[in-house]
Design a protein around this ligand. Structure first.
Ligand SMILES: [Mg+2]
Length: 262
């Protein structure tokens, strides 16, 4: 894929791409409108499991960007969808995480339980405790499948890099002696679910993101073209050393270039 005009589907990261924290990129409204007008399928995919798709759609609506919750995949909803493809409805699942993850699991038809479960799903838990880690580890040692929404070791904040989902999941993994299956980026599962939702194939799809280790690596592993923007956590030096298929300052730069090709 050499030209932007060959791209028919996009898997788009949100933070650092469409907005930075609470600040939308200057052309966000126009960018989303351009994708819709050109019929370019898009799924917004984030490793963050703390908000539901409806909450993300509301955040974007507050930035004047019109995105349906159906076009948003969080690592929580992706994990629920992935599990729903292999487990029957009403399968008993233990959730180690926040309400948004519990909601994703019950929406997918699973029954939440603390014993007799087939699966332990783990993600960030702001109220992590010894007892919660113990419960999850014992269930896994008892034979439950161990699945993590993602394994991001840290999260960037104003205070610096703070523990992410992977740091917490690691405590359970060590205690249980089992490595979890992970769904979020850079695992291909997240991209495969996004493509399935768009009816897309890797040949027509690109990943658009600001991180090399998740957005670029994951997209590349799934066979997609890679579009890296410098509005988030990657420097130009790092970007050029990696060598994505397309490199832009930000979505303003990307949109300007894309509009010239259609
Ligand atoms: Mg990002």
């Amino acid at each position: 894929m050499k030209r932007l005009s060959d791209i028919r589907h996009l898997v788009i990261d949100m933070d650092g791409v469409l907005y930075v924290g609470e600040r939308p990129m200057p052309c966000l409204t126009e960018f989303i409108a351009f994708l819709r007008r050109q019929g370019i399928g898009h799924v917004l995919a984030t490793n963050n499991s703390g908000l539901t798709p409806t909450q993300y759609a509301a955040k974007l609506a507050g930035m004047d960007a019109d995105v349906s919750p159906d076009h948003i995949l969080t690592s929580a909803t992706a994990t629920a969808e992935w599990l729903a493809r292999q487990y029957r409805p009403a399968t008993r699942v233990h959730v180690f995480g926040e309400d948004s993850l519990r909601e994703a699991m019950t929406d997918a038809g699973f029954v939440l339980a603390d014993e007799g479960v087939e699966v332990v799903v783990a993600s960030i838990d702001w109220g992590v405790s010894y007892d919660k880690i113990k419960r999850a580890a014992l269930l896994i040692r008892g034979g439950a499948r161990f699945v993590a929404t993602n394994l991001d070791p840290t999260r960037p904040t104003e205070e610096g890099l703070v523990p992410g989902t992977g740091a917490i999941v690691a405590a359970i993994a060590v205690a249980a002696g089992v490595t979890p299956v992970a769904i979020g980026k850079p695992e291909p599962a997240m991209f495969e679910l996004a493509m399935a939702r768009m009816g897309a194939t890797p040949a027509s799809t690109a990943t658009l993101g600001d991180r090399i280790d998740t957005d670029m690596e994951g997209g590349a592993r799934a066979g997609c073209a890679t579009i890296l923007v410098l509005s988030g956590s990657t420097t130009r030096e790092e970007a050029e050393a990696y060598g994505p298929d397309f490199l832009f300052e930000d979505i303003v730069d990307l949109l300007r270039c894309w509009q010239r090709q259609v």
